[in-house]
Ligand binder design. Structure first.
Ligand SMILES: Cc1cc2nc3c(=O)[nH]c(=O)nc-3n(C[C@H](O)[C@H](O)[C@H](O)COP(=O)(O)OP(=O)(O)OC[C@H]3O[C@@H](n4cnc5c(N)ncnc54)[C@H](O)[C@@H]3O)c2cc1C
Length: 392
């Protein structure tokens, strides 16, 4: 997204990815509407064949299950609330679009070293080293994901909360697929302190579990929860499974996301939603915003002014994103930390909650700014006084 935006603005840009593209990315591939709307205008108006192939299934509905899989809360929208994508194709379609806009793409080379220095005119520059070459730039947008080695090289402190998840691409029998392909679902019973999901792709399912709170269990716990979840989904016939474990950062780094010409976006910054672990849309948004900040901070010679861009990007993060991510973190703590309260809330307000999450996915509403007061008001209004206010 950053490369597309910079290419569109005519900023000389190099995109470096350690993988050869297309590359597999561990992900449920649920692209929510607010993310889909961020696609570059030209791609949205005239989707390339590569993008069309990447947008596998459009779902106008999501289902949230709770109470031993018995209670279901559905939210429907007339637009594609969630579009199921395979990330290898989706990400590659974006890279190809950027390439078409004049961005130079280097793949199969990891960034190994980052040095800051001054150019012949005394301007600050950054040298990025791969094993094969050195690239010199006035600014670097770091979009290298959850482990973000480049943020480390640039000297950022890592205080993101990181959660583990297990994602499986599962090919099931015809009857199972027919039943589950119209049921994009989030299951609160799949795992304590987290949820399970089943997302329909064109010819298979993405099924997984994510754990949002620290667990005392051993490392095989996710696998066991996953196996139990498969049974709960009533899957009779598994033809093939490709399993992938990975992590999702669900809290934004504190302080500035910019340091000495380096700007962090997406998982490298920690922009996934802490309640849903939905990370694609904010990765797209922050990539776009960092690029716009650079493109609009050029001097008369057309050179980007990294310090001005950093101030613009940080202002956007602090005004538009940080409060929302903070609110989702509070909700997440409540939801996954206190099963009794969560069940109470879902029993009473499950439908409103599913609708609110759908609104967040659509981009029409955010989370309430004072989540704690909002939840407490609802519970109190419903049951009268509980006595002491719970710590959320
Ligand atoms: C199991 C699981 C399920 C998920 N499901 C969903 C979902 O359904 N919907 C959703 O919205 N989000 C989901 N997420 C979150 C989502 O995948 C991430 O938030 C999102 O991919 C972040 O995008 P990114 O561009 O920041 O990083 P990434 O997509 O991880 O891309 C990072 C890129 O950097 C490259 N790279 C890494 N190191 C280097 C280096 N040293 N030099 C050069 N290149 C490098 C990598 O090759 C990669 O291409 C899920 C995550 C997981 C783990």
């Amino acid at each position: 997204m950053a490369a597309c935006e910079l290419g569109q603005a005519g900023v000389r840009t190099v995109l470096i990815d350690k993988a050869e593209l297309p590359r597999y990315k561990v992900c449920g591939g649920g692209l929510v509407f607010r993310g889909r709307q961020l696609l570059p205008e030209a791609l949205r108006q005239h989707p390339s064949p590569a993008l069309q192939a990447a947008l596998e299934v459009s779902c106008g509905q999501i289902n949230v299950y709770n109470n031993e899989y018995r209670d279901r809360y559905s939210a429907q929208r007339s637009e594609p609330l969630v579009t199921m994508v395979m990330r290898d194709r989706f990400d590659h379609a974006l890279v190809q679009h950027a390439q078409g806009l004049g961005v130079r793409v280097i793949t199969g080379e990891a960034v190994r070293r980052l040095d800051r220095s001054l150019d012949a005119h005394g301007g600050s520059v950054i040298d990025l080293h791969t094993d094969q070459r050195r690239c010199t730039a006035r600014a670097v947008i770091v979009a290298d994901g959850a482990t973000s080695p480049t943020a480390k090289l640039a000297g950022f402190v890592d205080d993101r909360q990181i959660i583990p998840a297990l994602e499986c691409e599962v090919w099931v029998g015809e009857a199972d697929f027919a039943r589950l392909q119209d049921d994009p679902r989030f299951d609160m019973d799949a795992i304590p302190h987290g949820y399970g999901w089943s997302f329909p792709k064109r010819d298979h399912l993405s099924i997984g579990v994510a754990l949002f709170q620290k667990d005392d269990g051993d490392k095989t716990a996710l696998k066991q929860h996953y196996q139990r979840y498969l049974q709960a989904l009533g899957i009779q016939e598994v033809l093939r499974t490709e399993s992938h474990g990975f992590v999702i950062p669900v809290s934004l780094r504190q302080g500035s996301l910019c340091q000495g010409g380096v700007m962090l976006v997406g998982d490298a910054a920690g922009t996934a939603d802490a309640l849903t672990a939905e990370g694609i849309s904010n990765a797209m948004l922050t990539g776009q915003q960092a690029a716009q900040a650079l493109a609009t901070s050029r001097n008369a010679r057309g050179e980007v002014q990294a310090a001005t861009a950093a101030a613009r990007y940080d202002a956007f993060i602090d005004q538009a994103l940080r409060p929302q991510l903070h609110a989702s973190a509070r909700l997440s703590k409540f939801f996954y930390g206190n099963t009794v309260l969560r069940n109470l809330l879902l029993k009473q307000f499950g439908q409103q909650l599913a609708d609110r999450v759908a609104d967040v996915f659509m981009g029409t509403k955010g989370y309430p700014s004072d989540v704690q007061a909002s939840i407490w008001k609802r519970l109190k209004g419903s049951f009268g006084s509980f006595g002491a206010r719970p710590q959320i």
